[in-house]
Design a protein around this ligand. Sequence first.
Ligand SMILES: O=C(O)c1ccccc1NCC(=O)[C@H](O)[C@H](O)COP(=O)(O)O
Length: 197
Amino acid sequence: MYVKICGLREPGHVTAAVEAGADAIGFVLTASPRRVTPERAAELARPVPAHVLTVGVFRGEDPATVRAAALAAGVRAIQLHGAHPHDDFTALKDLGLTLVRAVDAAADLRCGAHDEHLLIVDAPRPGSGEPWDWAAVRGRPSGRWMLAGGLGPANVAEAVAAAAPWGVDVSSGVEVAPGVKDPKLIAEFVRAARRPG
Ligand SMILES: O=C(O)c1ccccc1NCC(=O)[C@H](O)[C@H](O)COP(=O)(O)O
């Protein structure tokens, strides 16, 4: 089970995610209580070992803005959230970074439909921590897709059983307040996501 921990803002929480065995960590570079500057993301990403994918998260910015911020942050992946057209992904392809498309369940759920490498199927309001009907997408997404939206240590096993995703992504569910992660919850989430069902 591939696990992404999103919305990290503190070095100690980055370390906690890496030590817990996360496969990917996200830095939010768009409007959000979790927003960090590209410079802060670069500081946070620098010590991350190469086997952990560092992801810059965007929503609604134009490709030139995304490109500049992703390069300044030095992330290895770009996540475009919401209704970004196929052309936005095409415009970023030459960077050679992993491209992640994050959408709600009403969108095209074929991973690769916009030439992305990874797909996230999320709640309508990203980063809201609101659970949704995960079972409703079972069998619909194809390829490498992560389930997100309202997941936490206590319900991730149930969500995985309901939707059968390739991976999971979490933000609010490992926080004690908006934007404030908890190392213990991060470790519990990674363990629970990978516990055999
Ligand atoms: O986290 C945010 O605040 C955010 C804001 C704008 C666009 C995307 C955002 N988060 C992206 C993520 O990948 C979250 O992990 C995902 O939406 C799940 O969030 P949550 O329900 O809080 O676990």
